[in-house]
Design a protein around this ligand. Structure first.
Ligand code: ADP
Length: 158
C-alpha cells in the first residue's frame, strides 16, 4: 500500500493550540504530514511567511513525521508536488463548513485522486482562531494557554 501523505494547509498566523491538536491527530492517521503555509501577498499578516515557518518548525521539532513547507498557487498542484493524497482541514463550527465544502469539491474536480478529510476541532478549541489570538494579545490579554511558548514570546516581542 502506498504511504498516506497528508497536507495540512493554512495561514498559521500564528500557529495556536487548535492547530497543534489537529496536527497531532492528523499525524496519527497519516504516515507523513506536510504542514504548508500559504504564501498570499494579498493578505496582510502579523508574521512574515518565514517567521510563521520558523515558529512551526520549532513547535514540531520533535515530530519526525511532520514537515513544514510553503506554497502558492493551486493547493492540488502542491499536493501532487509533495506526493500528498489527503488534504487535512479543521472544522470549528458550521461557519467553517460552507468554505471547506466548496473547496473540497473544487479540489476534487481539479484532482479527483486527492481526498479532503476534515477533522472536528477539539471541544476546548472550537472558538479559537489566529485572529482572536492576535486581537487579545494585542490588547494585553493573556493567551499563554492558547499558543505554544515560542509563539507567546514572538507575540510579546512586538
Ligand atoms: P486559513 O487562513 O486557511 O483559515 P488557518 O491558519 O486559520 O487558515 O487554519 C488552517 C486550518 O486549521 C483550517 O482548516 C482551519 O479550519 C483549521 N483550524 C483553525 N483553527 C482551528 C482550531 N481551533 N481547531 C481546529 N482546527 C482549526
Amino acid at each position: 500500500m502506498s504511504p498516506r501523505v497528508g497536507l495540512y494547509p493554512g495561514s498559521f498566523d500564528p500557529v495556536h493550540v487548535g492547530h497543534v491538536d489537529l496536527v497531532h491527530r492528523a499525524s496519527r492517521i497519516t504516515d507523513r504530514l506536510v504542514v504548508a503555509v500559504l504564501v498570499n501577498p494579498a493578505k496582510t499578516c502579523r508574521f512574515t511567511v518565514e517567521e510563521r515557518v520558523d515558529l512551526l518548525e520549532e513547535v514540531f521539532a520533535d515530530h519526525d513525521d511532520v514537515e513544514i513547507a510553503t506554497f502558492d498557487g493551486l493547493l492540488v498542484d502542491f499536493a501532487k508536488q509533495v506526493g500528498a493524497n489527503v488534504v487535512v482541514r479543521g472544522l470549528r463550527a458550521v461557519s467553517d463548513f460552507d468554505y471547506e465544502f466548496s473547496m473540497a469539491h473544487m479540489n476534487r474536480r481539479l484532482q479527483p485522486e486527492i481526498e479532503t478529510v476534515c477533522l472536528m476541532a477539539a471541544p476546548d478549541y472550537t472558538y479559537l482562531s489566529s485572529r482572536l489570538v492576535k486581537e487579545v494579545a494585542g490588547l494585553g490579554g493573556d493567551v499563554a494557554n492558547l499558543v505554544p511558548p515560542t509563539v507567546l514570546r514572538a507575540l510579546q516581542a512586538g
